[in-house]
Design a protein around this ligand. Structure first.
Ligand SMILES: *[C@@H]1O[C@H](CO)[C@@H](O)[C@H](O)[C@H]1NC(C)=O
Ligand SMILES: *[C@@H]1O[C@H](CO)[C@@H](O)[C@H](O)[C@H]1NC(C)=O
Ligand SMILES: *[C@@H]1O[C@H](CO)[C@@H](O)[C@H](O)[C@H]1NC(C)=O
Ligand SMILES: *[C@@H]1O[C@H](CO)[C@@H](O)[C@H](O)[C@H]1NC(C)=O
Length: 365
């Protein structure tokens, strides 16, 4: 009885959505499905209450909306927020957002990104709770089943076939796995074999997404992760960890080649590789050229207790957040994310309108 009542209530929505799809009324309403880690998380880990990676307290979110924590590991917007905004796409809500329903998914897509998430299942196991990429794809399959039930199979398949897919992963597989001797991967592999293990796992994951209907997909490569404040702290000179940066470049080279290969091999696939590694490195090396004043220390920090604890309610904030490249020990500021997003779009040959905040100096050629 209850099931019947529920079916009756959902029918008008399904009918309206199906009609809209048939008439092509929603052609402009292309949505995104986002898979990633803390660089793209918009709130999933807030609901994973046992996770040790959560942006649930001040001063996270201080430059976003009301200034209260919203689950982003940043003072403001993520790179994926800004890339989507510039392309005119709605911002997808977090998968675990309790208000997520069929109508919201239809209009805005879903973001499965989770702080600590990695390409490999075993990455960040010390964080207790996080969605690895395989887990995120599993959740996406649940979303697909749900939408097929609401829209019917044909309309749902069309909806998922037209969407944009973003996958932005890999940093945790190094920072919270391979580079930490408590993880068995750190003694099972060397740098080369570990990167190959990651890229072959990524290949299965991207093929799986294609098999599930993803056609337009962008994979975001890694930045110079040896220069995050946490990594600098571990060097005696306070400089970047060059060995870590080398791993990031090696991963980017192989992941970029993989994405290009899949894009030509898989039917109807437009898979692209987006990155801004060299540009980000230049921001770090010459912050003044881009309007920054500090590319070494986090803006939000507990001072002498760093780097054990990152941004907390007891931390002090830098005077001008737009002058810092890094927000906490791991994550760039809103301002740095904006420059990285614009460069990523430029390298993808995606022209955007309304761009106002370019670097004060032209990027290196
Ligand atoms: C990774 O985890 C998924 C579940 O999220 C599971 O289906 C898969 O078999 C695991 N893969 C490996 C290699 O452990
Ligand atoms: C590729 O696109 C064509 C034309 O839209 C379609 O007929 C075909 O079924 C698609 N193939 C796959 C595997 O998606
Ligand atoms: C830049 O930072 C230094 C300290 O690192 C400070 O003395 C100086 O006033 C800052 N300049 C601006 C423009 O914020
Ligand atoms: C962007 O355009 C340039 C020049 O036309 C080309 O060399 C490059 O491969 C393009 N990049 C992408 C990601 O399509």
């Amino acid at each position: 009885m209850m099931a019947t009542a529920r079916d009756e209530r959902t029918k008008p929505l399904a009918a309206a959505l199906a009609v809209a799809l048939l008439l092509g009324l929603c052609r402009g309403d292309v949505v995104q499905f986002i898979f990633g880690d803390s660089l793209s998380d918009v709130g999933n880990n807030q609901y994973l209450t046992k996770s040790l990676a959560r942006a649930a307290t001040p001063w996270y979110g201080i430059d976003f909306g009301t200034g209260m924590p919203n689950g982003r590991f940043c003072n403001g917007r993520t790179v994926a927020d800004i890339v989507g905004d510039k392309m005119g796409l709605p911002r997808p809500p977090a998968f675990l957002d309790p208000s997520l329903d069929a109508d919201t998914i239809f209009r805005s897509g879903v973001n499965y990104a989770s702080g600590g998430g990695g390409i490999l299942n075993e990455t960040s196991s010390l964080f207790i709770q996080r969605f690895s990429l395989y887990k995120q794809i599993e959740l996406f399959q649940g979303t697909q089943a749900f939408m097929r039930q609401k829209l019917g199979k044909a309309a749902a398949d069309k909806f998922f076939g037209h969407a944009y897919y973003v996958v932005a992963m890999g940093a945790n597989d190094f920072i919270n796995n391979y580079l930490l001797p408590v993880y068995s991967d750190s003694w099972t592999y060397n740098g080369d074999t570990f990167v190959r293990h990651m890229v072959s796992t990524l290949e299965s994951q991207l093929r799986l997404l294609h098999a599930l209907g993803a056609r337009r997909l962008t994979f975001f490569g890694l930045g110079p992760m040896g220069c995050i404040p946490l990594q600098r702290y571990l060097t005696s000179s306070g400089g970047c960890q060059e060995s870590t940066n080398k791993l990031a470049r090696s991963f980017n080279d192989q992941a970029g080649a993989l994405v290009a290969r899949l894009s030509s091999a898989l039917p109807n696939a437009t898979f692209r590789f987006g990155e801004a590694y060299d540009y980000f490195q230049d921001i770090i090396d010459r912050p003044y050229m881009y309007g920054f004043n500090n590319s070494r220390a986090p803006c939000c920090t507990l001072g002498r207790i760093r780097p054990t604890l990152t941004c907390t309610p007891l931390s002090t904030l830098c005077k001008d957040r737009s002058k810092y490249v890094f927000w906490d020990e791991y994550h760039p500021t809103d301002k740095a994310n904006e420059l990285i997003a614009l460069e990523t779009l430029r390298k993808l040959n995606i022209t955007v309108t309304g761009v106002s905040n370019g670097p004060t100096a032209p990027p290196p050629s």
